[in-house]
Design a protein around this ligand. Sequence first.
Ligand SMILES: NC(=O)c1ccc[n+]([C@@H]2O[C@H](COP(=O)([O-])OP(=O)(O)OC[C@H]3O[C@@H](n4cnc5c(N)ncnc54)[C@H](OP(=O)(O)O)[C@@H]3O)[C@@H](O)[C@H]2O)c1
Length: 340
Amino acid sequence: MADTYRCVTLARFVDGLPGPDDFNIETRQVPEPGDGEVLVRNIYASLDPGGRTRLSGGVSYIPPLALGDVAGGFNIGQVVKSNNTGFSTGDLVVGAFGWSEMGLSNGRGYFAKIEDWDLPLSAWIGVLGIPGLTAYFGLKRVAGIGAGETALVTSAAGMVGATAAQIAKILGCRVIGVAGGSVKCAWLRDELGLDAVIDYKTAGDLSTAINETAPEGIDILFDNVGNRFVDAILPLMRLNGRIVVSGQIGDYNLATKDIHGIKNTRAFITHRVRMEGLVVFDDRPQFSAAQAEMAAWIKAGKLIYREKIYEGIECAPQAFRDMFEGTYFGRHLVRLAPEP
Ligand SMILES: NC(=O)c1ccc[n+]([C@@H]2O[C@H](COP(=O)([O-])OP(=O)(O)OC[C@H]3O[C@@H](n4cnc5c(N)ncnc54)[C@H](OP(=O)(O)O)[C@@H]3O)[C@@H](O)[C@H]2O)c1
């Protein structure tokens, strides 16, 4: 094993859209695991929109990065040395080491062995990882989804959105997806079988387009984009509608003063609408059960997913930017080492 590895660190606080100049690629010495620690060689690292909220020095639900810190993300990796009785050399694990070729864990926190080998390894960082679980718990716990309802999902071609849209279909809902561009919309309609798809880039007024597609109104809005979309859809919510605030990718790169406000609040009263956000880690005790149910859907061909895989750690900053620009779609990953 080489005695150095590479990682991507924050070079300067990010203003607006992140890009390669905001990060450094550093070479560091491979650490020796201490008592109870596990050394992991990462095979994949993920690019996560929520990671943007930590790059400008401001406060989020997780602390911001300091300059020189490794950029955040999730990993699939293989244990190369272990001083922890719960893990052995060769174990495949999921963790949160960030954009780094190696990681050191004390075995606690978001770190677990992958026990089910029937699915591609990368599924455990995507459809069965944090994005897929966000879709699952956003719909099941936060929205309390029921058969026969109409669900609308924004950024529907992303990993969270596409998973949410398919779970809502599996659970018996009429599902409308909102996405940008004809390729993404065709995939949602033809491959995922959504009931209706709206290309927000060409649809003109979004409220009008949704109203034409769902004149009966929306029971569940699963929103990944932010206030601009929420405000447009609020007047279309049905009685006892639920808005799941999954993410705000359309707002993450904006200064606070430039973020769209929400004006159409009257629907909260007239239509008893509820709006609630989630941090998926609150559902951690139920992750395994959810993953088992979703794995069965994948094996049955009911839940499909897309990935855009970049090769090599030096691609991470550009891949992160591409994700915000919507250049590709599906889970954005960087492959750091060959799968065993
Ligand atoms: N609450 C939680 O615990 C939790 C956990 C994980 C993720 N999340 C959130 O879930 C959301 C989706 O995550 P993901 O990983 O699946 O990413 P994603 O939806 O694939 O994000 C990339 C896509 O966002 C869309 N987008 C970017 N800027 C936009 C804008 N200004 N307006 C409209 N759409 C825009 C683009 O799609 P189009 O080309 O279609 O516009 C782009 O392809 C994120 O907001 C993330 O923060 C929440």
